[in-house]
Design a protein around this ligand. Structure first.
Ligand code: SF4
Length: 69
């Protein structure tokens, strides 16, 4: 499962919110490890580097699903 499918963020190509901030850089190849991608668009704002957003990502239900099973 890709993060945009799980989170229903609409920031994938042709997604409902893809016009707002553009298509998320996790799309199309990194939807299973979006926490490693800088500048993703979770929460409707451009996130920082993977180091900067690590704290937020670890709270994310998708991150927990993939990493904690
Ligand atoms: S990283 Fe976040 S904003 Fe980007 S596609 Fe995945 S869930 Fe959506």
């Amino acid at each position: 499962m890709k993060c945009w499918e799980f989170k229903k963020c609409g920031r994938e190509l042709n997604g409902a919110k893809s016009k707002e901030l553009g298509v998320c850089p996790a799309y199309p190849d990194d939807g299973e490890e979006c926490w490693a991608i800088a500048g993703t668009l979770c929460g409707g704002k451009v996130q920082g580097t993977s180091a900067e957003k690590d704290g937020n990502c670890r709270l994310c239900e998708f991150y927990k699903k993939i990493n904690e099973g």
